[in-house]
Design a protein around this ligand. Structure first.
Ligand code: SF4
Ligand code: SF4
Length: 79
C-alpha cells in the first residue's frame, strides 16, 4: 500500500469531543453516519468518544461539517 501521498486527514480533538453534548438523547456521534467511507467509529458504544481510522480517511471533511462542537480538525503530515 502506498500512503506517501497521504498528507491530510481528519483528527478528533478529544478535549472538545463530548458525545453527550452533541447528541444528549442517544449519545451517538453524528459524524459517524456522515462519513460515507465509514472510517469513524464509536468502538466503545454510545456516549463514548469516536475514533478515526486515519489511514483510510479520504479527506472529504464531511465529518467536520457534521460535528456541532467543532471537535474534528484537519491534520497535516509531511511537507
Ligand atoms: S466528534 Fe463531534 S459529533 Fe462526534 S461525538 Fe465528538 S463532539 Fe460529537
Ligand atoms: S474527512 Fe471524510 S473520510 Fe475522513 S473521517 Fe471525515 S468524513 Fe470520513
Amino acid at each position: 500500500m502506498n500512503l506517501q501521498s497521504k498528507k491530510t486527514f481528519a483528527s478528533i480533538n478529544y478535549e472538545k469531543c463530548h458525545p453527550n453534548g452533541c447528541n444528549p438523547d442517544k449519545g451517538l456521534c453524528p459524524a459517524v453516519p456522515a462519513c460515507e467511507h465509514k472510517v469513524i467509529k464509536q468502538l466503545d458504544g454510545a456516549f463514548e468518544q469516536p475514533m478515526i481510522f486515519q489511514d483510510m480517511c479520504m479527506g472529504c471533511w464531511d465529518c467536520i461539517e457534521a460535528c456541532p462542537l467543532g471537535a474534528i480538525e484537519t491534520k497535516h503530515v509531511g511537507a
